[in-house]
Write a protein that binds this ligand. Sequence first.
Ligand code: F3S
Length: 656
Amino acid sequence: MNLTRKILSSHLAKPSDMKAGSEIFIKVDHTLTHDINAVMTYLAFEAVGLPRTQVELSVSYLDHNLLYLDHKTPDDHIYLQSAAKKYGVYVSRPGNGICHAVHVARFGKPGKLSMGGDSHTPHGGAIGMLCIGVGGMDVATAMTGVPMRLKMPEVVNVRLTGKLKPGCNAKDVILEMLRRVTNKGGLGKVYEYTGEGAESLEVPERATIANMGAEMGATTSIFPSDENVRKFLKAQDRENDYIPLAPDDDSEYDSVIDIDLSKLEPLCACPHQPDNVKPLSEVEKRNVQQVFIGSCTNASYSDIAKAALVMKGRKVAENVSCTCAVSTKSIYTQLLRDGYIEMMLDAGVRFLELACGPCCAIGQSPATKGVAVRTTNRNFKGRSGNPNAEVYLVSPESAAATAVTGTFASARDVLGDDVKILADIREPEAYPISDSLIIEPLTPEEATKVEVVKGPNIAYLPVPEAPEENLTAKISLKAGDNVSTDDITPASAEFSSMRSNIPLMSKYCFHRYDPDFAERAKNLGKSIIVGGENYGQGSSREHAAINPMFLGVKCVIAKNIARIHKGNLVNHGIVPMLFENPADYERLEQGDTLEIAGFPEQLKAGRVKVVDKDKGFEFWAKPDMTDSEVEISPDGGQLRHLRKQLEEMGIITKGE
Ligand code: F3S
């Protein structure tokens, strides 16, 4: 068996032949949430009525929005901290670091299966964990101990040979993958990295690759648990958590990709998609306005140390605003001790909080039509907070070289043959360990005394209705290809702080994509969204489903829908459907009236006839749902469905 199948089969809750594309049910070991997505998760868990998380480990990270612009975000953080105490959940407080980097360092264990309310949860695949990004309602469901549904993925073996040259980074490996596979090529797939090239990569390098598998739409990515994982866990003073894990020698895979690491050159994802990849040397040498070095993807010890060596003794060019956010407190401490922070400060870099920050538009938006170069994982139009900026994604070494030259440059462009000094940078043999910003769960008895604190920013969790028998509704939006959840629910310090208040947040639904959408959908009362390819790609934020649902959207009909967003639509009572004939997309227009007769019955039958009443034609759509997801719709979404399941199992009492 390959490694993915080994871990999945050891977590099966029901027997299955695990055929790719079939639905499997799995037990979850870890759950992870973060502050700007989690309030709805814990409100849902509270509404289910269980006293405590039922999985081995749940962690609530306060790491994304640390800019307290007004009362809203502190209200959220106080709520999340108190809810964690009530429900037996660890808290990683603001300042401890970015969720994925902290989780892999302090909690992750090879062979475990985790579900996190963030699309970059697969980061943990670096240590041989199977980590899957899902929506917040799915995390709440996992916390009840109910087995989770998953479409059995195909498993792709990525065979890595050779060794990265100095000046090349694991970022260049995943950009090469994106160049080949595209931003939707990973749908329904797990990428399993093996070979001597994989062995040569340290855990944070593997994490960069696993993390950005999300940009290909993959279910997850994973590396074997080997000597490098043992070394990493030992450096975290957790060697006892190490177990070796590898695919069998005669493993079968659905397909194979070969990459020779020694042939890679520094790459760059150009605006406005992570798969728009070119060799960095071919990017036009324009003036760069902003450089940001940070994020869960590329702010490890080695990443920052290499960036510092590129900048050592040089100055950030005067046209460039350069900021850096290290991923964890522990790494920051070691970088300080080793003098790398001082090198960057001397060069003119401004250090930000140990948080996501600019990655999700929480501060440091680029200037008007600004060219921004970032080490983050997404460059969707507007994700930086400024829709007319152009964001390019590169490695930390390339970002540092760009910052000091003022235009696109690689580490070799700056260091020449001295670029080889970067090869000497390795991860520390022992990280400075201090869990002073981690709050451990209370005992069940102590937890009963905890009051959950809900400030005025914590509104209610809207619950959808079951689909109507006969649906007649207008198309409120005809969206193009690659609409991201950032387009549907914009990020920024201001918008993120509204996510606990759906009546308020829903007013900004599609705000940057189509500013009139929210008003239009609300006035229609009920409506249908039509989408192109890869609808709902990107972040796992379930608000991209909750807000349209709140505005009366009943179904999305698209050419295809990204995995996590599709799950969120189902959970929040919006029916996801795919055009049987994608050419029908062209015939539809915003404002057309569509009619679906006998909707629930047609959903069960797996084929839905849709009539365009205005244009007088009909077409067929296919529910993009598994058998068990089809059962959720008549209950009016996952929360009601879950309560029903738990009542039937005798775990909670009806009406509790
Ligand atoms: Fe945070 Fe950006 Fe990663 S928002 S979790 S640093 S993708």
